[in-house]
Design a protein around this ligand. Structure first.
Ligand SMILES: *Cc1c(COP(=O)(O)O)cnc(C)c1O
Length: 254
């Protein structure tokens, strides 16, 4: 077992500047190890559990986009921060269909599309709101029952159905790697997503773009960048350690 990294809590604008610079530096180093341009990797700060007052400090330090995995929490904060119109919200966690209406109201991006019934509900709700939404298809690259997302083998057929939903702008694929101290197992998940994109790009229907690969979080984003991530979703390394284990945020129930 590797030791758990100590994530320091950011409580001033300066703390956020320092943490953001550190993460950007680690992204750039990982990109250059892989011969990639660091400018092709976007950092999405993940702000779940962080209250709106602290989010204002993060925004002052330069954050323009925030990722949240629970819709109601994200909706509440987007209301509390409505005076920051440049701020974009991304829902990155599993979504129950009865909450699609909330996402349609305020989200700029949704990274956990995993079923056609949800695509249909989201599309209808977006139409009613007069909005569009950037979406990524979530893929279960670890094979764990506890992870949401389509099995890799089912993504090709799923993708063919997506042009029917004209309010959804499909921009790429998202995954969560296995939570393991074994670097090779983590890396294998990222390689699977990258390879899948390569296979699918040939047959993508018009309007379906697969340019984005959202993969990597605080514990594994450097591996993800080495394996081709274009978006890394990083919470604790920017905001500080969360009190509760990840199982709390990734419930296994539908
Ligand atoms: C919380 C979360 C992250 C970020 O995890 P950290 O350990 O805080 O970096 C990334 N992706 C998803 C889907 C999450 O829920």
């Amino acid at each position: 077992m590797t030791a758990q990294p100590q994530y320091r809590t950011a409580s001033t604008v300066e703390d956020f500047r320092v943490h953001l610079a550190e993460v950007h530096g680690r992204i750039a180093a990982a990109a250059s190890r892989a011969g990639r341009d660091p400018g092709t990797v976007t950092l999405l700060p993940v702000s779940k559990t962080v209250d709106s007052d602290r989010l204002r400090l993060a925004v002052a330090a330069g954050c323009t986009d925030l990722g949240e995995n629970k819709v109601q929490e994200a909706l509440r904060k987007s209301g509390e921060l409505a005076d920051l119109p440049e701020l974009h919200w991304h829902v990155i966690g599993h979504l129950q269909s009865n909450k699609a209406k909330f996402v349609a109201r305020f989200a700029h991006g949704f990274q956990a599309l995993d079923r056609l019934s949800l695509a249909k509900t989201l599309n209808n709700r977006l139409e009613a709101e007069g909005r569009t939404l950037d979406v990524m298809v979530q893929v279960n690259t670890s094979g764990e029952d506890s992870k949401f997302g389509l099995p890799p083998a089912e993504v090709a057929a799923f993708m063919q159905e997506l042009p029917a939903f004209d309010r959804l702008r499909v921009v790429g694929l998202m995954t969560l790697a296995v939570n393991s101290p074994d670097e090779q197992r983590v890396r294998a998940c990222f390689k699977t997503l990258h390879a899948l994109r390569g296979q699918l790009q040939q047959e993508a229907p018009s309007g379906v773009e697969l340019g984005e690969l959202s993969m990597g979080m605080s514990g594994d984003f450097e591996l993800a960048v080495e394996e081709g991530a274009t978006v890394v979703r990083v919470g604790q390394a920017i905001f500080g350690a969360r009190a509760l284990p990840d199982s709390y945020y990734w419930p296994t129930g539908g």
